[in-house]
Design a protein. Structure first.
Length: 753
């Protein structure tokens, strides 16, 4: 690696599939070793419209937007698993798919596409070796389940099969070959194939998944695998050796393929020529094709001879089923100790019930959660079981009863160990998942900070660091329609461990390339980040970048994706609801004000005046205090209306309201309580009193009339009193008194304008 830390993208299909999962694991390991940042884009499959017609997968096409986002990200290099992502389309369409990444160097994995660097398995040599092996052992009628021949790897494996048929002059009919789905959906096609070919003595399957389903179909028809029909798989997945009988397979290591892909990416970026395009495969014979290894067929044959010979047999057995000498040694060592104890307790001397119970406890510990054997129980259980038959053949006569008890105790214990182990893992993970689901959807009233809150529990399901990006409004994306390019993303929140943070508002809006190079991504170390697409039905809500603690996180990714998507959708709904409630509240306030305000004068109407005045009287600071209360009306309003029109009459009403505001000052409650009648109230404070109010009123009227703005004389009469008020009843009584004073004042005034 040179000075720069490279940003490499890995595009895979359905990360829960074994091949994609292994690619991601290998790429993680290589990126860590080479110091590169790795971004994993787990999409689905392109070009299989029919898959998305089913309800359970109707909207999974949304995941393929991650490929578009990878193109927009402008990373340094992209590794694209074309062979699986686009397995169902021809090379011309695959090439069009890769063209969306123009401007970024691309490595095509598991498919050779013109104009692009590529890396894939040497599919031919493994199948050739399998054909050599089967032909050498007398298999004459060999068929093949070839998968999808549009898939380049399937086509090459099929070609190698045909070459083997020709080389060994084997019998061949067209019915011996059938295309089929390359996943678990292959079952109907496998059943039809076996039905058409009851006379085959060997079946080569294009991958181990198809081989495993072929086992089940053959078993239903009473066929003995390895004897009646040899079965060979491809990929040598972890479950292959655990099938009964163990599955012969071509070892094609997807993790190694991905590691090599990352190395090619770094070599390209460093300017180092790398012309390697194939990784090795090798055929591994096992019992499903009558592998001629003495101790592969049955564990019971290892218990022949003296103890040292049994140990050697055991090592040979585990070396075959494990395909790994170091693993075989680690499995055998605790079993050697068990054999020595069994010999001492039941062969060299008489065993009793207490001995049987002690041995059972030892075996339970040997196979328990803390044991190095816990991940290899399928290999170990048959050996331990057969050891009891060995004991019965060699034990003292008095030990037989104890050994039978031991067999019963072990059978119960082994079933419980197996069930407990599975149940414990399931319960532990289910508990963690339930906590995550609960907290992801338990959103508080603080909607803004909830975007940070929903990331906090991700650490419990295996994500050390996370970053959340959303669209301000969901983007509708129906199947088959283009998604808009160049959108601005809203970077809402990020989380380190269990500490989550909101991004400042002014830093939130960023273009796609900055999503993968944000300022909060710790630059002092490298990262592997999985890109999760957040959607609901046809609506896209955003993406999250999640840093897995280890590869086990891939098993939780779909759960995390769906829950985060649901949480972001819920936040959007709550935010919209909050906005609507705010708008409704504002409208209600406006309506309430309209119902309390006199439209002409902009002071309270009668209802509004009494509500506001009552609130003022009952306020704690005013309760039982002194108030100034006024009743007023417009002088000669009818004469103004008759002589100058209603526009001038309305002006006089507005001017009266303005006059009272001036007279009473800030803090007064003023209302138009009738046609030309007004009321006002204010607490007595400081120098403010009834006389000052009347003086201000008089000066306002005089100043206006002296300005000669109108052809008539404006006038208003007031009755002003000072009083103590306890409640609204006191107010009404005070207004009556003020009205009496007003009447006296008006009776002395001439009616002139």
């Amino acid at each position: 690696m040179k000075d720069k830390r490279y940003c490499i993208g890995l595009l895979v299909a359905n990360i829960t599939d074994i091949f994609s999962n292994d690619l991601a694991k290998g790429a993680m390991r290589a990126a860590e070793r080479l110091g590169a940042d790795l971004f994993i884009f787990p999409g689905k499959y392109v070009g299989i419209q029919g898959l998305y017609e089913h309800n359970e997968t109707k909207y999974e096409y949304q995941h393929n937007l991650l490929f578009q986002f990878a193109a927009e990200a402008k990373l340094d290099y992209l590794i694209v698993a074309v062979g699986t992502i686009a397995y169902s389309i021809d090379d011309e369409m695959k090439k069009k798919f890769l063209e969306i990444f123009e401007g970024t160097p691309v490595l095509s994995v598991a498919s050779e596409i013109e104009g692009y660097d590529f890396l894939q398995f040497d599919n031919r040599s493994g199948i050739t070796s399998a054909m050599d092996y089967l032909a050498a052992r007398g298999r004459k009628r060999i068929g093949m389940l070839v998968g999808d021949l549009l898939n380049q790897e399937c086509a090459v494996r099929y070609s190698a099969y045909l070459e083997g048929v020709a080389e060994y002059e084997l019998e061949f009919e067209e019915r011996f070959v059938s295309e089929c789905h390359i996943g678990y959906e292959c079952v109907p096609q496998v059943e039809a194939f076996v039905e058409r070919n009851p006379d085959l003595d060997a079946i080569i399957c294009v991958n181990d998944v198809i081989a495993a389903e072929t086992y089940k179909v053959l078993a239903k028809r009473g066929k003995v695998i390895g004897k009646d029909v040899a079965v060979v798989g491809f990929d040598d997945q972890p479950f292959a050796a655990d099938l009964v009988p163990p599955l012969a397979s071509v070892k094609a290591d997807a993790e190694q393929l991905a590691e090599r892909a990352v190395e090619k990416a770094v070599n390209y970026l460093n300017g180092v020529e790398d012309n390697v395009h194939y990784t090795k495969t090798r055929f591994i014979p096992r019992q499903s094709c009558y592998a001629d290894v003495r101790f592969l067929n049955a564990p019971e044959t290892m218990f022949e001879g003296e103890l040292d010979e049994i140990k050697r047999n055991m090592l040979r057995y585990f070396s075959v089923v494990s395909e790994n000498e170091d693993e075989a040694e680690s499995l055998c060592q605790p079993l050697y100790e068990l054999l020595e104890q069994l010999k001492r307790d039941y062969i060299d001397r008489d065993g009793d019930l207490e001995t049987a119970e002690r041995t059972t406890a030892h075996v339970r510990k040997l196979l328990g959660d803390e044991s190095p054997l816990k991940n290899s129980l399928s290999k170990v259980f048959p050996v331990v079981t057969e050891s009891y038959i060995w004991l019965l053949r060699n034990c003292t006569a008095k030990s037989i009863g104890a050994i039978k008890t031991l067999k019963t105790l072990f059978t119960v214990s082994s079933e419980k160990i197996s069930d407990d182990s599975i149940a414990k893992r399931y319960i532990d993970q289910a508990h963690v998942n339930n906590i995550f689901i609960r907290d992801a959807l338990m959103l508080g009233g603080d909607l803004k900070n909830s975007y940070a809150q929903i990331l906090k529990r991700l650490t419990n399901v295996g994500s050390m660091t996370s970053f959340l990006y959303v669209h301000d409004e969901p983007v509708r994306h129906p199947y088959g329609e283009a998604f808009p390019m160049g959108l601005t993303w809203t970077f809402k929140s990020y989380c380190y461990g269990s500490e989550s943070y909101m991004v400042p508002d002014e830093e939130q809006h960023i273009p796609m390339p900055e999503v993968f190079r944000n300022k909060y991504l710790d630059s002092d170390r490298r990262h592997t980040l999985v890109v999760a697409d957040l959607y609901s039905a046809e609506d896209q809500y955003g993406i999250a970048l999640l840093e897995p603690r280890n590869a086990q996180f891939f098993d939780e990714l779909e759960l995390v994706t769906y829950q985060l998507g649901s949480a972001v959708k819920m936040l959007h709904i709550l935010r919209r609801q909050d906005m609507l409630l705010t708008e409704i509240h504002a409208r209600n306030l406006a309506l309430e004000n309209e119902s309390k305000i006199d439209e002409l004068t902009a002071v309270y109407n009668r209802r509004g005046f009494y509500v506001a005045a009552d609130k003022m009287i009952n306020a704690p600071e005013n309760k039982g205090g002194e108030f100034i209360v006024c009743f007023a009306d417009v002088d000669n309003l009818k004469m103004v209306n008759d002589s100058y029109g209603h526009i001038e009459g309305d002006f006089s009403l507005r001017l009266t309201a303005e006059c009272l505001r001036f007279a009473f000052g800030e803090g007064a409650v003023i209302g138009r309580t009738g046609g030309d009648e007004f009321a006002a109230i204010i607490p007595m404070r400081g120098e403010l009193n009834a006389e000052l109010v009347k003086d201000r009123k008089r000066r306002f009227v005089e100043d206006f009339n002296n300005s000669r703005q109108k052809p008539y004389i404006f006038g208003t009469s007031v009755g002003v009193i000072e009083c103590r008020l306890e409640n609204s009843y006191d107010l009404k009584a005070a207004l009556d008194k003020a009205d009496d004073l007003l009447y006296v004042q008006k009776s002395k005034r001439k009616k002139v304008i």
